[in-house]
Design a binder for this molecule. Structure first.
Ligand code: VTB
Length: 357
């Protein structure tokens, strides 16, 4: 008698389904390992702690993960870099392209300020190339908006705007789409001298600003969160953060427009031979930045942001808040975890052992 063929398991057919929960464990562990650095004036210490926990967590996961967007492009700090491997690379394990920022907002952590998260994104690796755009410039121009605006763009061409649209028109069109007045529009901008003109223009058309010091992933996602009170995020910020933002927006339904921004001649020379340099003028959308049928985005709050509350320490318990989403199903999970610090351990790559938090 021929053996009946077993149905292919769902996790075999769709490896994201089970692996996505390992992503949560990784960012939770990063947040728990970094929380002790909150307010201690040591960005590198916090970053190293988060990286150690993420690498350690994946050391036990059957995954062939290649970091295609890592740290080091901007920070030059300890980190998980482009080309690094995550997972145990057991033969036959699913191959993933990984983008991560073990901590977005290291300065915020070091100063004990809000708006820091640990964040990871993953996409099943395509047969050729990578599913995440390689952006060789340090910075990119970015403009993000929520699902209502993205939907209106599809319905009515006249309502569309892009990175080249004058600021007053962007504000006016956003207001029209959202049924608000211009002065009710709330825009997040990184507080940097390079944004002087943008800030002036936004103020001149009556928009209200939320100026932030760092952490423009949570900022760029805020317009796509139902209760953030934020309508737009505009300005020039880190390019890797743009890729992580795009992964999340593919699940949240908003969009990001991104264009590489060359900061000086030295950078122009450095990137000249990169194939991406041919597309300096192109305005990329989320689905061109993170391609393929799906993407996982996962983040845990370290200190409070639009996206997530920070880690709360109550006696011997630590409470973490995480968000996990998948572009394929558009499921957005909010996961609150209570960690008993008398029992909890985190496997750290540096020590190759389970360590107490
Ligand atoms: C932003 C912000 C980051 O870098 O992308 C910013 O989200 C941009 O660079 O948290 P500058 O600080 O040079 O303006 C961070 O602040 C740090 O990576």
């Amino acid at each position: 008698m021929p053996k009946p063929k077993l149905p292919v398991s769902l996790s075999e057919r769709d490896p994201e389904r089970s692996l996505e929960f390992e992503f949560i464990r990784a960012t939770e562990n990063a947040a728990l390992n970094a929380i002790h650095w909150l307010g201690r004036g040591d960005k590198e210490g916090a970053d190293a702690a988060a990286c150690d926990a993420i690498s350690g967590c994946f050391d036990h996961v059957d995954m062939c993960g290649e970091v295609v967007i890592g740290e080091g492009i901007k920070d030059n700090a300890p980190g998980i870099f482009l080309g690094d491997r995550l997972g145990n690379w057991k033969r036959g394990s699913p191959r993933f392209n990984i983008a991560l920022d073990p901590i977005d907002g290291t300065t915020n952590i070091s100063k004990g300020m809000p708006n820091s998260i640990s964040v990871l994104a993953g996409v099943l690796a395509p047969a050729q190339g990578t599913a995440m755009l390689n952006i060789p410039t340090f910075y990119s121009e970015k403009l993000s908006y929520g699902p209502k605006v993205a939907e209106a763009f599809k319905q009515d061409k006249a309502l569309r705007f892009d990175l080249d649209t004058p600021t007053p028109e962007i504000v006016a069109k956003t207001a029209r789409i959202l049924g608000k007045e211009g002065k009710q529009i709330v825009v997040i901008v990184l507080d940097r001298p390079r944004h002087g003109k943008l800030i002036q223009e936004l103020r001149a058309c009556g928009a209200a600003l939320r100026l932030i010091t760092d952490g423009d992933i949570t900022a760029a996602l805020a317009p796509s969160l139902p209760d953030s009170g934020v309508d737009l995020c505009m300005g020039i910020g880190g390019s890797p953060e743009g890729v992580l933002t795009a992964a999340a927006l593919r699940a949240l339904g908003g969009d990001l427009q991104l264009r590489m921004w060359v900061r000086d001649d030295e950078e122009r020379r450095r990137i000249a031979r990169d194939p991406a340099a041919k597309r300096l003028k192109h305005i990329f959308r989320s689905d061109e930045i993170v391609t393929g049928p799906s993407a996982i985005f996962c983040a845990t709050g370290i200190s409070a942001s639009w996206l997530l509350p920070g880690v709360r320490l109550i006696g011997r318990k630590a409470i973490t808040h995480s968000i996990l989403m998948r572009a394929r199903s558009r499921t957005v999970r909010h996961i609150v975890a209570e960690h008993d610090l008398d029992h909890k351990t985190i496997y750290l790559r540096s020590q190759r052992l389970e360590a107490r938090v």
